[in-house]
Design a protein around this ligand. Structure first.
Ligand code: ATP
Ligand code: BTN
Length: 262
């Protein structure tokens, strides 16, 4: 494969047949020496990861599993709001290029008709108050058919299932990386980028103003109306007592109140 996606993101792509996790692969390298925007993509991950120790399953060769290392010049306190940029680009990509009605489930999952089509896991390191590097790991279900999903049949979908045809994974990846590159540079050059991220993310969220439940790692829950994210990247939940609670990403999960009909 030849690569030339964006000016920064994807100008350098590392292709692997198999790896534990593309996010982990970066950590085995000297991250100082890796260029901003380097992408690592694997046909197979033996230990694909989601948030909080959950697994990301991708049938070998059928999905896209890749990570991008970025070095935005931001404070470490801005990492959380920055982390929403990839999910904004990818959700828009589904809508604009594939006519797939995708929406974001907080914080970084993409769903279509209540089935998950993509997930994003970010990891970062800071030095003093500055962000040193940011790794965004992206898993997208592309050419899986329903039988490939095994235990996830009722909760997962793919581009091929929705479009009723298989798609060129490499073309998908290259087009996405170009858009991600555009967005990365657009946000980098905007003085109000945090507000832009808040507005974009909120407009693509599938459960804005809906009733949700929030679970922590001990499964203790509270209910409320989802009111979007704020400039710090925290989720805002209006409780039944009309109090706005802010919820940070780490260790919290969100569940929507809906019934799956099929
Ligand atoms: P939350 O982010 O709210 O904690 P979650 O349960 O979706 O929600 P994540 O860590 O985001 O957890 O994602 C991992 C979960 O995604 C797995 O536990 C599994 O249920 C699901 N999953 C794993 N692989 C796939 C896939 N290829 N397609 C769709 N869903 C998947
Ligand atoms: C989630 O659903 O919470 C996140 C899933 C992220 C999966 C991707 S696949 C590429 C990268 N490598 C991993 O181990 N995880 C991410």
């Amino acid at each position: 494969m030849k690569s030339d996606p964006g000016q920064i993101i994807g100008h350098n792509i590392i292709y692997l047949e198999s790896v534990t996790s593309t996010n982990d692969y970066f950590k085995t390298l000297d991250t100082e020496k890796i260029d901003d925007g380097t992408v690592v993509i694997a046909e197979n991950q033996t230990h694909g990861r989601g948030r909080n120790g959950k697994k990301w399953i991708s049938s070998t060769g059928k999905g896209l599993t890749f990570s991008v290392l970025l070095r935005p010049k931001i404070f470490s306190s801005q990492t959380l709001i920055f982390s929403y940029i990839p999910v904004i680009t990818l959700t828009r990509f589904f809508i604009r290029h594939l006519n797939i009605s995708a929406g974001i489930k907080w914080p970084n999952d993409i769903y279509v008709n209540h089935k998950k089509i993509a997930g994003i896991l970010y990891e970062s390191a800071s030095y003093k108050n500055s962000l040193k590097y940011f790794i965004t790991g992206i898993g997208i279900n592309i050419n899986q058919n329903i039988d490939d999903f095994n235990d996830l049949k009722s909760s997962a979908t793919s581009v091929a299932i929705l479009l009723k045809k298989s798609v060129d994974k490499e073309l998908f990846l290259f087009k996405f990386l170009k858009e991600f590159d555009n967005d990365y540079r657009r946000f980098n050059n905007s003085a109000d980028w945090e507000d832009d991220v808040v507005n974009d993310w909120n407009s693509l969220c599938q459960h804005m103003n809906s009733r949700v439940q929030i679970m922590d790692e001990k499964n203790i829950k509270f209910f409320g109306i989802f009111k979007g994210i704020n400039r710090n990247g925290a989720a805002l939940i209006k409780t039944d007592r009309n109090i706005i609670k802010t919820v940070n990403i780490d260790h919290f999960s969100l569940r929507e109140n809906y019934v799956i009909s099929d």
